[in-house]
Design a binder for this molecule. Structure first.
Ligand code: LCS
Length: 397
């Protein structure tokens, strides 16, 4: 692809990060090597001093990893990106890069369970304070800000409540108080939401999910906006060591090619499933950003180009009823994780959000009966037929 050609997002998914390689392969080769040979001691030393460009050691950089990083940075509209060994590696590296002892973090209370646990149980051991807030109401963010607040950490839509935070509003508050806004964009992917366009300073992802899209890789990424940030983050990542390996980077880069097509299809499927569930007499409530019943429907319309593939709902009869549905599905798979081409169903209170504890879950609106679906790209009629038959196993309340 010509460097100076301006492409639309769906074309970028196919071409971003792809360059000309020796022997002319269309797909970036996998440099499955831990280390790179120096031409001389002088050249090796010059590479270490940063006087020459080149590869030294795969923890520091690798061409296959770099190709994928360039692709994700381009799709998010950032400057550069740093591939990590998991989403949690990306999140922990980000927070350890930006925070010092004595600093304070304000974070969305509805986040992936281990993110909350990392902030509350681990960072606190290093003297970093935190305040969880219901970030759907910007007043709560404003009230939680302190003179030592350095990071406002937002996950939107939040896992698993799908609570939506106004990104531009949250960024304005963070910046007014001299803090940075970090956004976990895992649930949307840049196909549906680009946080840099709404004032984010750093974007993180679990690439395990939609970016890779095929449930066969655990990986994460940090996307930054400037060369200074890139150098700062690269240095900390190099010391902490939680990098992605070349083969997983290759797989993610391959997955990115179909990102836009997958996100459109699974959003369409999820919209139909959400409507089906909302109309079902055995369903108590449905939370989906594409439904007008979603409390932040207007904000979703403003900052998301489609509602995405995640649907949460509760069946009348609470957890026992949800359990009956989850044990009866045949096409949907009972498993945690999300963002693949296959539809997954799970129970956050006993699975992904167990580590948060009941009190924090209740405060964040993660009810004991909440069931979460990650909608895939199967034929939507097959998915609805499966949910219909699974719901028939629930007794009428
Ligand atoms: N951020 C979000 C929004 C997530 O949903 C997850 C994982 C992570 C970060 C962490 O990424 P990882 O280290 O697993 O690559 N969410 C999961 C979930 O809901 N079910 O299983 C994993």
């Amino acid at each position: 692809m010509s460097e100076n050609m301006k492409l639309n997002f769906d074309s970028k998914c196919v071409h971003a990060g792809i360059e000309d390689y020796e022997h002319g392969p269309v797909i970036p080769p996998i440099y499955q090597t831990s280390t790179f040979k120096f031409k001389s001691t002088q050249q090796g030393a010059a590479l270490f001093r940063g006087e020459k460009e080149g590869y030294i050691y795969t923890r520091m950089s690798n061409p296959t990893v770099e190709a994928m990083e360039k692709a994700v940075a381009s799709l998010e509209g950032g400057y550069r990106a740093l591939g990590c060994g998991s989403g949690m590696a990306a999140i922990s590296t980000t927070l350890l890069t930006l925070l010092n002892t004595g600093d304070h973090v304000v974070f969305s209370e509805a986040v992936y369970g281990p993110t909350a646990t990392l902030i509350v149980n681990v960072l606190s051991r290093f003297g970093i304070e935190s305040t969880p807030v219901n970030s759907t109401d910007l007043k709560n963010i404003e009230e939680a800000m302190k003179p030592n607040t350095k990071v406002v950490y937002i996950e939107t839509p939040g896992n698993p409540t799908l609570a939506i935070t106004d990104l531009s509003g949250a960024a304005e508050i963070a910046h007014k108080h001299g803090a940075l806004m970090v956004v976990d964009n895992t649930f949307m992917s840049p196909a549906l939401q680009r946080p840099f366009e709404h004032g984010a300073d750093v974007v993180v992802h679990s690439m395990t999910k939609f970016l890779n899209g095929h449930a066969d890789v655990v990986a994460g990424i940090i996307v930054v906006k400037s060369h200074e940030d890139y150098k700062k983050f690269r240095s900390v990542l190099n010391q902490l060591g939680g990098v992605i390996d070349p083969f997983n980077a290759f797989l993610v880069h391959r997955g990115l090619k179909t990102l836009d097509v997958r996100m459109q299809r699974l959003s369409d499927n999820a919209m139909k499933i959400a409507k089906f569930l909302e109309a079902h007499p055995k369903v108590k409530w449905v939370r989906y950003p594409g439904l007008e019943s979603h409390p932040q429907y207007e904000i979703a319309q403003k900052q998301q180009s489609a509602p995405g593939g995640m649907v949460s709902f509760e069946i009348k009869g609470g957890f026992a009823a949800g359990e009956a549905v989850m044990n009866s599905v045949k096409l949907c798979t009972l498993a945690v994780s999300l963002g693949g081409v296959e539809t997954l169903i799970q129970h956050p209170a006993s699975m992904t959000h167990l580590s948060m504890g009941r009190e924090a879950r209740e405060k964040a609106g993660i009810t004991e009966g909440l069931v979460r679906i990650s909608v895939g790209i199967e034929n939507v009629n097959d998915l609805i037929a499966d949910l219909e038959q699974a719901l028939s196993h629930v007794e009428e309340v």
